[in-house]
Ligand binder design. Structure first.
Ligand code: PLP
Length: 495
C-alpha cells in the first residue's frame, strides 16, 4: 500500500525545528537561491488542493502556484506517479505506453501541424531544445526575444532572458540576441494613452519586423522569435489583439521560426482555450511546456512540426535525455491532462477568472491606487500606481500588500513586472468561488489600510507644512476620504 497513514504523517510533520532548517539552509544552500519572504520565510510541509500548510498547521490560500495546476497533491496524479514508480522507471530508449500516450494526448491538444514531441525535465530544458531545433532548422543563430522576458536558467536561455541579463549584475546581451519591446500597452514603450486610436499591435510588431529585415540585409537572418504567449514575468501582459499574427508573419516571411513558451500559461489556464497562443489565433512552429504538466513533478516537452523534428534527425546526432520521457513523468503528465478534462478545470478558469476580473475591476473603481486590471482566466494582474493619470508604478505598496496578505490574511500572492508593482494571481485551477471571495475581501482590507496609512502620512505632511494648521479645504478633502475608507472598513467587516 503506497500511502500508509503513518508514512504520510511522518513526511507532513517537521523533522527539524524551523530555526534549524533556516540555519542549515543558510549554511549549505547557495545564497543566490531565491527564497520567498526572506525576512520571515515560510516552511511549507504539506499541500492540498489550493491550500498549503506550514509546520504549525496554519493554512495558506495559494493564489500563485501555477505548478500545482490541478491542485496540490491531487490524489489521481499522486497515485499515477506512485504506481508507475513502483512498477518501472527507466529512460525513453525503451518502448513504453505512458510515453506514447502522453505524446498522443499532448499533440491532440495542439493544432494538427504540431504533431511531434521531445520530452525534457523542465521549462529551461524545453526552451534550450526549442532554440536548438530552430537554429538547426534554419541554419541561423540570431534570436529575437521580448524585453523583460524570462525563459529559464540554462546559459542558452538566460541569453534570451532580458529579465535576468538586464539585472545590474547580469551577463551582457549577446550580439546574436535582439530585444524587441514588450507589448505592454499600459506601461510599455507604446501605450494606449499615448496612441488612443492607433493599431497598437502593428506598432509593437514593427520593431520585430525591422530586426528581421536588418538581419537579413546583413546576410545573417533570424533563426527564431521566442515569446511567452502572455508574458508573466513582464507583469501579466496581454499583447494587443493581432500582435502575434503580425509578428509571426514578419518572422516567417524572413525565414525564421516562431517559438511559443507556454511553460507558465498553458494547459487551460486562460480559460477560453487550452493554450494561450490560441487567444491570438496563431499557430507556432515550436511550443514549449513544463511547470503545470507535472503538477509538481519535473516534466516538460517541446512540441513541433515533423519538418523541424526531421531536420534534427538529419544531423545524425541522436537526442537522448536520461529522465526526459521516463514512464513515471509521463504517467503523471497523463494524469494531469486527464484531471483537467474530467474536472472541467479549463471551464472553471474561465468562469471564475471572469468573476475575479470583474470584481477586481470594481475594486479599481474604488481604489485610486489600482492603475490597471488585466488578465484572462486564472492569469490576472493588478497594477498598483502612485498616480493614476501619470501611471507611476508603486513598487513599495505592491510589496507591502504582498507581505500583508501573507502575514495578516494567510493568502499568498506575488508581485512582478519591470517595476515589481503588479500583483499577480495564477492560482491552482481548482480555485473556487469561496477562494476568490477570500482573496477579494482580504485584498480589499489591504488596499483600505494602505489608503488609510497614506492619508495619515498626507495629514502629517500637511500639518508640518502649515505649521500644525491644515487649511480648511484640505481638511475637508481628507475628512471625505476618511469617511470613504470607513465605509470600506464596514464593507470588509460585513462580508
Ligand atoms: C515563461 C517561463 N519559461 C521557462 C521557465 C523555466 O522553467 P524551469 O524553471 O522549469 O526550468 C520559466 C520558469 O519560471 C518561465 O516562467
Amino acid at each position: 500500500m503506497p500511502f500508509a497513514v503513518e508514512q504520510l504523517k511522518s513526511v507532513a510533520t517537521e523533522q527539524l525545528s524551523k530555526s534549524e532548517t533556516i540555519k542549515l539552509r543558510n549554511k549549505h544552500i547557495g545564497q543566490a537561491c531565491q527564497l520567498f519572504y526572506r525576512t520571515d520565510p515560510l516552511k511549507i510541509v504539506r499541500g492540498q488542493g489550493q491550500y498549503m500548510f506550514d509546520e504549525e498547521g496554519t493554512r495558506y490560500l495559494d493564489c500563485i502556484n501555477n505548478v500545482a495546476h490541478v491542485g496540490h497533491c491531487h490524489p489521481e496524479v499522486v497515485m499515477a506517479g506512485a504506481m508507475q514508480m513502483a512498477t518501472i522507471s527507466t529512460n525513453c530508449r525503451f518502448l513504453h505506453d505512458e510515453l506514447v500516450q502522453c505524446a498522443k494526448t499532448l499533440t491532440g491538444k495542439m493544432p494538427p501541424s504540431l504533431s511531434v514531441c521531445f520530452f525534457v525535465n523542465s521549462g529551461s530544458e524545453a526552451n534550450d531544445l526549442a532554440l536548438r531545433l530552430a537554429r538547426n532548422f534554419t541554419k541561423r543563430q540570431d534570436v529575437i526575444t521580448l524585453d523583460h522576458a524570462y525563459h529559464g536558467h540554462l546559459q542558452s536561455v538566460m541569453e534570451v532572458s532580458p529579465y535576468k541579463f538586464n539585472m545590474p549584475g547580469g551577463e551582457k546581451k549577446m550580439d546574436y540576441v535582439h530585444v524587441a519591446p514588450c507589448p505592454d500597452i499600459y506601461n510599455g514603450q507604446i501605450t494606449d494613452k499615448m496612441h488612443p486610436d492607433a493599431d497598437l499591435a502593428k506598432l509593437y510588431a514593427q520593431p520585430v519586423e525591422d530586426i528581421c529585415t536588418n538581419q537579413l540585409a546583413k546576410g545573417q537572418g533570424v533563426a527564431a522569435f521566442i515569446a511567452e504567449s502572455l508574458q508573466s514575468c513582464g507583469g501579466q501582459i496581454l499583447p494587443p489583439p493581432g500582435y502575434f499574427k503580425a509578428v509571426y508573419e514578419a518572422v516567417r516571411s524572413n525565414g525564421g521560426v516562431c517559438i511559443a513558451d507556454e511553460v507558465q500559461v498553458g494547459f487551460g489556464r486562460v480559460g477560453s482555450h487550452y493554450w494561450a497562443f490560441e487567444t491570438q489565433d496563431v499557430v507556432p512552429d515550436i511550443v514549449t511546456v513544463a511547470k503545470p504538466m507535472g503538477n509538481g513533478h519535473p516534466v516538460g516537452a517541446v512540441v513541433t512540426t515533423p519538418e523541424i523534428a526531421q531536420a534534427l534527425q538529419a544531423t545524425g546526432v541522436p537526442y537522448f535525455n536520461t529522465y526526459g520521457g521516463n514512464p513515471v513523468s509521463c504517467a503523471i503528465a497523463n494524469a494531469v491532462m486527464r484531471v483537467i478534462d474530467q474536472e472541467g478545470l479549463q471551464q472553471n478558469a474561465k468562469k471564475l477568472g471572469d468573476y475575479l476580473l470583474d470584481e477586481c475591476q470594481q475594486l479599481k473603481k474604488e481604489f485610486e491606487c489600482i492603475g490597471d486590471v488585466r488578465g484572462v482566466g486564472f492569469f490576472v494582474g493588478i497594477e498598483l500606481v502612485q498616480d493614476r493619470d501619470a501611471r507611476i508604478p508603486d513598487t513599495k505598496s505592491a510589496r507591502w500588500v504582498v507581505n500583508r496578505m501573507k502575514q495578516v490574511h494567510k493568502v499568498l500572492v506575488s508581485s512582478d513586472g519591470p517595476n515589481d508593482n503588479v500583483i499577480k494571481l495564477k492560482p491552482p485551477m481548482c480555485f473556487n468561488r469561496e477562494n476568490a471571495d477570500e482573496f477579494l475581501m482580504t485584498f480589499r482590507e489591504c488596499l483600505t489600510t494602505l489608503m488609510q496609512d497614506k492619508l495619515v502620512a498626507a495629514v502629517d505632511a500637511a500639518k508640518a507644512k502649515a505649521n500644525d494648521r491644515i487649511s480648511s479645504a484640505a481638511a475637508d478633502t481628507l475628512a471625505n476620504k476618511t469617511k470613504l475608507l470607513e465605509r470600506h472598513d464596514r464593507l470588509i467587516k460585513s462580508v
